[in-house]
Design a binder for this molecule. Structure first.
Ligand SMILES: Cc1ncc(COP(=O)(O)O)c(C=O)c1O
Length: 411
């Protein structure tokens, strides 16, 4: 199938016209090239199959004593055990939550407030997801002191900076495992070794690291870890907070005695079953070598065809510490939101920075922390590949994106 490009007025969003739209000689249907997997992934068909009975005949509440309840309880317990096995922890240490946002809130508010008598100092970084940053900002209003660690120009936290920031009053350190915007994989194991000598709890938001890095909570010396379903071809609206036994933490949601008194509310059995299935699939069938090859081809293709562009995050010597599916590219003198809409017209779905920031003109904290000047933070695209991404799709993006950029720069 060959593809040509013409200028095409976009009627629904006149602000962005004229625009390039893909036209296909055989069908007029635009392609559907989804390259926004860091935002969310499609549901794996095997996960869908596993989930469906829990929406229909297996509808019981796991808390009920009768057969229908027991059937659901067994499913929830099995899911918990599957996840615990991969995290190298006890199943009672796996707490199901509604979202990773909730799990991060539980970890941060839960331990900071429960340990206030021991100290009011907390440590995090300048590149965390908003579901980590915002709880810390709230805790500052409650009288806590928060150290926001700098990162280097590729987004790496220096473990020695963590060691230097610790005080006798530090009760919690929260550092993400892999960054959702620039794909930097943080030295969590090294930081864990430092924190093993200190009483502060160690939490990591590992949402983007599942299927890529080890999640062995013991080897990493973690006290808490957040993971979610929507980034691993599982359902949206389901997450886990691993909480090490004997961690002093208070719940956020009060009500029934669900989740060992740590998170009240009826279990979302289909989502829990689907999460465990997705987790099992991604641990057993990693596609990272294939995705990495396509990522590197796309990086090379775009940099060679788009003047005044550069990659943010690990590259060169450090590229092995970059998520296999992540490309974050600054293309000077363009408006990234406009580029996203033009790409959408051509059937290519990408994002600007982090999905949660879509629509807000404020620059990404992560890009700011790298030292990018403001105009460049607003000229940056995030392209994230997935396990079904094909070389043909990558070739199409290499042909299409540079033309769109050229056009944008000339209008
Ligand atoms: C690193 C990271 N943490 C947390 C979240 C929030 O996940 P959820 O949508 O499940 O609340 C995301 C989602 O974008 C993420 O990428």
């Amino acid at each position: 199938m060959s593809t040509t490009f013409t200028l095409f007025p976009r009627l629904t969003r006149p602000k962005f016209q004229p625009i390039i739209r893909a036209q296909h000689t055989h069908t007029m249907k635009k392609p559907q090239i989804y390259l926004d997997h860091a935002s969310t992934t499609p549901l794996d068909p095997k996960v869908l199959k596993a989930i469906l009975p829990y929406f229909s005949e297996k509808y019981g509440n796991p808390e009920s004593l009768h057969e229908k309840g027991k059937e659901a309880l067994i499913a929830v317990d099995d899911a918990r055990e599957t996840i615990a096995k991969f995290l190298n922890c006890r199943s009672r240490e796996v707490i199901f939550c509604g979202t990773a946002t909730e799990a991060n809130n539980l970890a941060i508010f839960g331990t900071a407030r429960a340990n206030k008598d021991k100290g009011n100092h907390l440590i995090t970084t300048k590149i965390e997801h908003s579901s980590v940053t915002e709880p810390f900002k709230q805790l500052e209003k409650e009288g806590f002191k928060v150290t926001y660690l700098d990162v280097d120009n590729e987004g790496f936290v220096n473990p020695e900076d963590v060691a230097r920031a610790l005080t006798p009053k530090t009760t919690l350190v929260s550092i993400m495992y892999a960054n959702n915007e620039i794909g930097t994989i943080e030295p969590i194991k090294k930081i864990g070794r430092i924190l093993a000598q200190h009483k502060a709890y160690f939490h990591t938001d590992a949402c983007q690291a599942v299927g890529v890095e080890s999640l062995d909570t013991k080897a990493l010396n973690l006290d808490m870890m957040t993971i979610n379903g929507s980034k691993i071809y599982g359902p949206k609206g389901i997450a886990v907070l691993y909480i090490k036994r004997d961690t002093k933490i208070e719940p956020l949601i009060h009500g029934g005695m669900h989740e060992f008194n740590m998170r009240a509310g009826t279990h979302n059995t289909p989502a829990i079953v689907g999460f465990a299935k997705a987790f099992d699939l991604i641990q057993k069938n990693k596609k990272n070598a294939h995705i990495t090859k396509l990522r590197d081809k796309l990086i090379e293709g775009l940099l060679s065809k788009i003047p005044r562009s550069h990659i943010n995050g690990p590259k060169g010597k450090t590229i092995s510490h970059r998520l296999p599916n992540n490309i974050n590219i600054t293309i000077k003198s363009i408006n990234a939101q406009e580029a996203v809409l033009h790409l959408d017209d051509a059937g290519i779905f990408v994002s600007t920075g982090s999905a949660c920031k879509m629509g807000t003109p404020s620059p990404s904290n992560t890009l700011k922390a790298l030292g990018l000047p403001r105009p460049q933070t607003l000229s940056t695209l995030r392209i994230t590949l997935g396990k079904t991404t094909t070389e043909k799709e990558i070739d199409y993006v290499i042909r299409t994106l540079p033309k769109i950029i050229e056009n944008l720069r000339n209008t």
